[in-house]
Write a protein that binds this ligand. Structure first.
Ligand code: NAP
Length: 327
């Protein structure tokens, strides 16, 4: 690895001294980043929708934060962590964020999507950066509380003040990521890399787990056995591969039968050409276009698929399985 890895000692968080961090959106990431930054000694306020329309406002208040409507939080903040659901960002940005921006503020996104694809075009006189911890929110908090951190990335798309990188790195430090290591990417790499991974890795693995279960059940296997094979067995080996590497797992920690199965049959399961096609579609903005269209139409495909997949035999088996055998 020849990229620069930023750790705690490389980053001076004093660039945030005297500044107010306004966390705009208090969902999965907003909540944990706000809490970690506050526990690191930062002055943090939260912006949400008005109480009548916001699910998270009361939660932020109960967590002890000063909470304002989006527009007011933007005015009060110096560093604005944009933690809104991605498709919700453009209208909130147009209505409540952009009209209240002032020169020298820093926008820190948690995904480059809207900036890369032009749905949000920040003015020249503010910094446009991002910081993304590479994990779901709950894990970011758990690690922080254990004195650890989550590998993350920062990026600077526009440096208005001359120290946008230092500010993004300081944010990554107060959220805990420089404890593990932070690298610098471009907005394009972060956005397309994330979108590509979600399509092929999450999409592929989940489809494979379902196919494994259904094929076994269709061929007469007990559902509980098929379920254990399709989900639980993966859980333990992922941790081992993450800790020791794939080759160490295959040669030293799995059976020879497993090693033979993996090396000779695994590649037959995956269609490499389709993976390359999805990568190209992601780079061409086709995935982004389809997703924005889906959101604008009220997510018809997602609702239809949720309905079809909500209560399958596999889901029912999973509920029983967890009750019988624990989590
Ligand atoms: N989820 C993750 O673990 C994860 C990981 C890496 C990066 N990210 C990035 O982090 C950012 C935030 O994602 P998230 O998953 O944390 O978001 P989220 O939990 O789905 O939503 C965050 C906030 O968006 C607000 N919101 C939703 N729809 C809205 C609308 N139509 N108008 C106004 N506000 C609306 C919600 O406010 P109310 O409570 O008022 O409804 C909620 O508090 C995104 O850029 C995402 O790509 C997320």
């Amino acid at each position: 690895m020849n990229e620069k890895i930023y750790r705690d000692d490389d980053v001076d968080e004093s660039v945030l001294d005297g500044k107010t961090i306004a966390v705009i959106g208090y969902g999965i990431q907003g909540k944990v980043q706000a809490m970690n930054a506050r526990d690191s000694g930062c002055s943090v306020i939260v912006g949400t929708r008005p109480a009548s329309r916001s699910r998270s406002r009361r939660e932020a208040e109960a967590d002890g934060f000063e909470v304002r409507d989006y527009a007011e939080a933007v005015s009060k903040g110096d560093v604005l962590l944009i933690e809104l659901a991605d498709p919700a960002q453009p209208p909130v940005y147009a209505e409540s964020i952009e009209p209240n921006l002032r020169a020298g503020q820093t926008l820190v996104f948690c995904h480059g999507f809207n900036v890369l694809y032009g749905s949000i075009k920040p003015p020249e006189n503010v910094n446009t950066a991002l910081f993304v911890p590479n994990a779901p929110g709950a894990f970011v908090r758990e690690k922080y509380q254990n004195g650890e951190g989550i590998y993350g990335c920062i990026s600077v798309d526009h440096d208005a003040t001359g120290n946008a990188r230092e500010i993004a790195l300081a944010v990554s430090k107060v959220v805990g990521s420089t404890r593990a290591g932070v690298v610098e990417l471009t907005f394009q790499q972060e956005t397309e890399g994330d979108n590509f991974e979600e399509q092929i890795l999450y999409g592929g693995v989940i489809h494979l787990m379902r196919l494994c279960f259904q094929t076994m059940v269709n061929n007469g296997y007990p559902a509980s056995f098929a379920y254990a094979k399709s989900i639980r067995s993966l859980r333990s080996v992922i941790d081992v591969m993450d800790e020791h590497g794939i080759e160490d797992y295959l040669t030293g920690r799995s059976s020879r039968t497993c090693e033979f199965a993996v090396r000779t049959r695994g590649p037959r399961v995956i269609n490499d050409e389709e993976v390359a096609k999805i990568f190209a579609e992601t780079e061409q903005g086709i995935f982004a276009r389809d997703w924005m269209q889906e959101w604008q139409l009220g997510m018809p495909q997602i609702h239809r698929l949720r309905r079809a997949q909500a209560d399958t035999t596999m889901e029912q088996t999973g509920r029983d399985w967890r009750e019988q055998f624990g989590v």
